[in-house]
Design a protein around this ligand. Structure first.
Ligand SMILES: *Cc1c(COP(=O)(O)O)cnc(C)c1O
Length: 506
């Protein structure tokens, strides 16, 4: 067989498209996607064949082509299914990290999520004042709530808190200086550094004090005629302990008022309920900052507030108006989905006791350890019962140890860094495969399960697991499929370990 004969064995796209099975795929996925995917597959096949031909192995090439041709429809179907399947999917968070950036930070929960989707899915009065029929303001819908909840005069929201800091500094101190304590020049994960944002805003950074101690006199001596802002940054993700001193916000505000300089606080997390009532210390509330006299306060929407990604700015109207008018505000504005979800979450805060129970982030954070232990015991018991029942049926016995153990949850998202929240986990020790392998299998399920490995045991922290998750986990761990050594092929579309073969998969 020569090269050309070999190439001629490769089917043509046009003739394949006429085949009955492939026409069915065309009806379902459309001609463009099917033809395009077919061309990809055939191109890969041609490349593979060419590689063999170059090495004088036409016979082998012909063999490869013959085999692949028989599997083309199946391969095409699989690729189309994958192409048309959304990649972003719900996952079960068994890590115990409540604000897990990798898992999308704050889950909005059913109600706020639905509300955001509902409003985004239709026309809405986003920027229309229904009373006057005139142009409205997209932030007005939740501004009333933020003012009421925090006691501030005015409020607005932008894309995220990093954007909020950028907008504040650009609008208020561009071309001038901002004073920041050396103990507060923070870096938040993902490249947000106060000095860099400051530079980006066109503000010169004037450092005050030292890493561990900054006094009011340090701020006083840092102030000059170019000073536009005194910036206080909450050290969200670290604490300076030991011989330390920092200036309380009240005192800084007094200084600001005396000198006619705007005092801005970047709070990071932005808690709207006093969490110290639940034993969680170290996150000051937005209300406290406003009543201490801060001119401008900013914080994240999707950290401890438990809402959508946003940067919320509250404070004195004269300063917020300057931000609203700045062209950057237009570039950083939030969309209708966020506005609607934020409004819905803020509505919950009108009743703070209820907010703690109804906003998922707060509910998980304040859940008593004892309640989490009961959940863990319930799940462990459910799994064991189901396993016994199934093993009775088909007499396979894969040794799996299921126990309940104490563990530590974390707030995550750079909030409450010192707080070790005591919790309980269901601990799974597969007897036949390693915990690492189990972890990998769980990650590639259609509904993936994320957990921690501690000493070759897989832990699911129940603090971040919902009731419906628990039912799913009970079913999942009751079967043997996950624990069988070798290639993982789960039944009923439960999923499979997808380590795609090189090339076309043919
Ligand atoms: C998290 C945080 C930010 C960044 O907020 P994003 O909403 O993630 O952009 C800024 N400042 C502080 C102090 C933070 O903790």
């Amino acid at each position: 067989m020569n090269k050309n004969e070999m190439y001629r064995m490769i089917p043509k796209t046009d003739s394949l498209l006429k085949e009955e099975e492939i026409q069915k795929l065309t009806d379902r996925y459309g001609r463009q996607a099917v033809a395009g995917t077919l061309q990809e597959i055939l191109k890969e096949l041609r490349e593979k064949a060419a590689e063999l031909a170059d090495r004088g192995r036409e016979e082998e090439g012909a063999e490869v082509i013959a085999q692949a041709t028989g599997k083309i429809t199946a391969c095409l179907r699989e690729r189309l299914e994958q192409l048309f399947r959304p990649e972003m999917i719900p996952v079960v968070n068994g890590t115990g990290i409540i604000l897990h950036t990798g898992l999308g930070r704050a889950p909005l929960g059913e109600q706020a999520g639905r509300r955001g989707g509902q409003i985004a899915g239709t026309y809405t009065n986003l920027e229309l004042d229904l009373n006057t029929g005139e142009r409205g303001e997209r932030c007005s819908h939740f501004e009333r709530l933020l003012c009421r909840i925090t006691g501030a005069e005015a409020a607005l929201a932008v894309n995220n808190n990093a954007a909020a800091v950028l907008l504040i500094l650009t609008a208020l101190s561009s071309g001038g200086e901002a004073v920041v304590s050396r103990g507060e020049l923070v870096e938040i994960g993902g490249k947000f550094r106060i000095p860099d944002v400051m530079e980006q805003s066109g503000t010169r950074l004037r450092e005050a004090g030292t890493t561990n101690r900054t006094r009011l006199s340090d701020y006083e001596s840092a102030i000059n005629e170019d000073t536009k802002v005194l910036l206080k940054v909450h050290t969200s993700n670290y604490r300076i302990l030991g011989f330390t001193e920092s200036v309380p916000l009240e005192e800084l505000c007094t200084l600001g008022r005396q000198r006619g300089i705007c005092v801005v606080q970047d709070l990071g997390s932005g808690v709207l309920v006093d969490l110290s009532r639940y034993g969680l210390r170290g996150e000051p509330t937005v209300q406290a900052s406003v009543s201490a006299g801060a001119d401008v306060v900013c914080f994240s929407g999707d950290k401890l507030l438990g809402g959508p990604q946003a940067g919320i700015i509250v404070g004195k109207k004269c300063f917020l108006d300057r931000m609203r008018r700045h062209p950057l505000a237009r570039a950083l504005r939030i969309d209708k989905f966020t506005a609607a979800a934020l409004e819905q979450v803020l509505l919950e805060y009108l009743n703070p006791d209820q907010a703690v129970r109804r906003i998922p982030v707060l509910r998980m954070l304040t859940r008593p350890a004892d309640e989490v232990r009961q959940e863990a015991e319930l799940l462990a018991e459910e799994i064991c019962q189901k396993r016994r029942a199934k093993q009775g049926e088909n007499r396979r016995e894969i040794p799996v140890q299921i126990t309940v153990e104490p563990c530590t949850s974390r707030a995550g998202g750079g909030a409450l860094p010192e707080e070790e929240i005591s919790s309980f986990a269901v601990c799974i020790v597969p007897g036949t495969i390693s915990a690492a392998k189990l972890q990998r299998r769980l990650r590639t399920l259609p509904v993936p399960v994320l957990g921690r490995i501690v000493r070759d045991r897989f832990l699911v922290d129940m603090r971040t697991v919902s009731d419906s998750d628990r039912e799913y986990l009970a079913e999942l761990f009751s079967g043997d499929e996950l624990f069988v050594p070798g290639i993982f092929r789960a039944p009923d579309g439960m999923g499979q370990e997808t380590e795609p073969e090189k090339g076309s998969g043919l």
